[in-house]
Design a protein around this ligand. Structure first.
Ligand code: ADP
Ligand code: GLC
Length: 504
């Protein structure tokens, strides 16, 4: 089948979070299964600059706010691969620096409604084929609110491809005002509760759900959770109403990019290749090297001091090192980590490395804590692929106490790197991590630690529980090895998407 993926980000061209990873890795898996998957993205400035060449394919005049945009469809040639990437070029909307969604102050670009409605209209122009070629999509697979209007616009084409809409995060609903609805020149009949109207305004995410032939989300547990008021953000009724048209398919990860055996970002490569004492020693030694490298690079271990006071350095290497990577937002439970840290750093010998960007309040509080505990807490405010890989390889325990988590990728990267994740029991975290208990140790299924009560105190006691197990080297090694042996690739889930496309 011919599948057109429409999204607002895709690794390696532009990425702010897990959406970018999935839009990169799922097409690769689908291509291996025989589908022809092509990608369409907005022509952001950085994406345009990263391409080896660009070819004009078509021009369209499409309505924006109070004017008609001259929209150019480009076929881009990426620098390092032969993926088919189409770009929707509207300089007034996408030729700007930085983040695709927010300005340097962290505020949404004020014209986001126009940016992503014009993008979605342009994608719908591709529904009946790519001009100048015989490639016609059988399915258009749109992702998150930025492309929620794609299934809506495509519904107006006859004949038309089928549409699949994936919700990666219901908390971002693409909600705009009635005024925006009018100024975007959307079909007036869409202004109804059965269509896009939502609490006095309209939601592009809702458009995706109600117009798509099939709606999915990124884990089975989250698919159930979003049909309840606690997780549904007011969409629960609509989602429940979808019945069989809604399903949850767990994300996979890119096993080539997240592979400790050949990861170029880390100090020492390793992999788990079977239960033997020699094999165990090998990966443990490599992980210890990565930990030391991370401690030195973050300054948690002072190079000069480490050279002279061997015992201090040894103690640091033995003390548990915790890691966190992610957007610093309420979803990720960053406030719980902040609240827990002073007690953890006082009551235990653990250290922690944190990498992220997000809410300025959290950034400030974390930086303050790092100043207070300079040799125990390292906080890097920023975005760094390299550092993310080093944290996965160098830490002992990965902390992810998300309030909700549609799927979550970092806990899977942690499993792959033998860094047991400590997670809240929600969404994809519940579907991918098995708590360490007497019976899961006995039947060798334990892969991490699961928190059932979202309070800083419970987070602290779960971390302490994990540290207690960390002190039992053979139990800990078993957990790491079970984690590293998990099937985390796309094989099964890509097959499920393929089945869904055919069913649609
Ligand atoms: P979400 O999509 O909700 O942000 P996921 O766990 O699904 O959460 O995916 C997050 C992705 O973004 C991972 O690949 C993670 O490594 C990456 N990431 C998040 N913040 C940073 C950062 N500051 N630096 C590097 N990578 C980051
Ligand atoms: C979202 C979710 C995250 C998920 C990612 C990729 O950003 O917050 O849980 O892993 O999308 O699907």
């Amino acid at each position: 089948m011919n599948i057109l993926f429409a999204a607002s980000e895709a690794f390696p061209y532009i990425k702010t979070g897990g959406l970018g990873d999935v839009v990169h890795s799922l097409p690769i898996a689908l291509r291996q299964l025989g589908d022809d998957v092509r990608l369409v993205l907005p022509a952001y400035r950085d994406v345009m600059a990263s391409m080896e060449s660009l070819q004009d394919i078509a021009w369209w005049d499409l309505p924006g706010v109070g004017l008609t945009h001259r929209v150019r469809l480009l076929l881009a040639k990426p620098a390092d691969n032969d993926e088919f990437v189409y770009l929707i070029d509207v300089p007034a909307l996408f030729d700007r620096p930085g983040n695709p969604y927010v300005n340097t102050e962290g505020q949404n670009w004020p014209d986001n409604a126009e940016r992503f409605s014009v993008f979605s209209r342009a994608v719908a122009q591709m529904a009946r084929g790519i001009p100048g070629s015989d490639w016609v999509p059988d399915v258009i697979h749109a992702h998150d609110w930025q492309t929620g209007l794609v299934p809506a616009f495509v519904s107006m084409a006859h004949p038309r491809p089928k549409t699949v809409f994936t919700i990666h995060n219901l908390a971002y609903d693409g909600y705009f005002s009635h005024g925006d609805f009018n100024s975007l020149a959307l079909p007036p009949e869409w202004w109804s509760p059965q269509h896009v109207e939502f609490h006095g305004g309209f939601s592009m995410l809702k458009a995706g759900m109600v117009f798509a032939d099939r709606t999915t989300t990124v884990s089975p547990t989250y698919a159930r959770e979003i049909c309840t008021p606690e997780f549904g953000y007011g969409f629960e009724g609509i989602l429940k109403h979808l019945g069989d048209r809604l399903s949850g398919i767990i994300n996979g990860i890119d096993l080539d990019i997240w592979n400790p055996a050949n990861d170029a970002f880390i100090a020492c490569n390793y992999h788990f290749s079977g239960n033997s004492a020699t094999e165990r020693k090998k990966w443990q030694a490599a992980k210890a090297e990565n930990k030391k490298d991370l401690l030195l690079k973050t300054g948690l271990l002072d190079r000069a001091k480490a050279a002279t006071t061997k015992t201090g350095a040894a103690a640091k290497a033995e003390a548990p090192l915790l890691g966190f990577i992610g957007r610093l937002v309420e979803q990720k439970g960053v406030d719980l980590i902040i609240e827990m840290l002073p007690a953890l750093l006082t009551e235990s010998k653990a250290s922690m490395v944190i990498l992220g960007t997000g809410d300025h309040l959290y950034e400030t509080e974390l930086k303050k804590l790092a100043q207070q505990y300079p040799d125990r807490l390292h906080v890097h405010i920023g975005y760094s692929e390299a550092f993310a890989h080093r944290i996965e390889a160098g830490c002992d325990l990965f902390i992810m106490p998300s309030r909700f988590e549609p799927c979550g990728l970092n806990q899977m990267y942690s499993l792959r790197y033998g860094t047991p994740p400590l997670v809240n029991h929600t969404g994809g975290l519940a579907d991918t991590v098995t708590d360490t208990r007497a019976e899961t140790l006995k039947n060798r299924t334990a892969t991490g630690f699961v928190l059932h009560d979202l309070k800083a105190q419970s987070l602290l006691s779960t971390v302490i529980r994990a540290i207690d197990v960390y002190r039992k080297p053979s139990q800990w090694a078993q957990i790491c090895e079970t984690a590293m042996s998990q099937e985390l690739g796309w094989d099964t889930s890509a097959g499920k998407y393929q089945a869904l496309y055919r069913e649609a």
